[in-house]
Design a protein around this ligand. Structure first.
Ligand SMILES: [Cu+2]
Length: 174
């Protein structure tokens, strides 16, 4: 399965701003498949951003999005029929009710975590929202390597998410 991720451009700008103001470290590694990696290091959150995850052809498009905690996700409905999506995940559960073709609805995600999204009407629909609370990176290198710069010194949790294995965490020292 080909992994597809969408990341908000504004976050890159915010992280570049943080880099100029503190002594920080770099975290490197190699994944076994394309995924998203981030470090919960207590960095101040970037300005809120809104990411889009469309409903198209009875599916979420893209199937996974990344948003910093405090941001939001809009769910435009591109299908000629209703959707009604929800999440029962521990982090940021929601149920936004029925909505027809059009701009859809917006959900805010104040807490970091991994949220599985489903639809009451279409049982096959499944999306993932990664709400992150620190420097992060989407791996795009052919060799699956990653490098996260501007991590604050200290003990932190490293998060690795892949479509096949979900989220795995480990403690690191920077
Ligand atoms: Cu649906």
């Amino acid at each position: 399965m080909k992994a597809r991720f969408v990341v908000p451009v504004a976050l890159f700008v915010a992280l570049a701003f943080h880099a100029a103001s503190a002594v920080t470290g770099t975290v490197r590694g190699v994944l076994t498949q394309p995924g998203v990696v981030w470090v919960s290091d207590g960095s101040p959150p970037p300005p809120p951003v809104e990411v889009q995850m469309s409903n198209s052809g009875k599916a979420f498009l893209p199937g996974a999005v990344v948003v910093p905690a405090g941001g939001s996700v809009r769910f435009p409905n591109q299908d000629p029929f209703f959707h009604s999506i929800y999440s029962e995940s521990d982090a940021d559960p929601f149920d936004i009710g029925f909505y027809d073709t059009g701009p859809g609805k917006v959900v805010a995600f104040p807490k970091a975590g991994v949220v599985a999204v489903r639809c009451h009407i279409h049982g096959s629909m499944h999306g993932t929202i990664l709400i992150v609370d620190g420097p992060w990176v989407v791996t795009s290198q052919p060799d699956q390597s990653y490098e996260i710069q501007n991590v604050r010194p200290g003990k932190h949790i490293l998060h690795v998410w892949t479509p096949a294995d979900g989220e795995k965490t480990s403690e690191i020292s920077v």
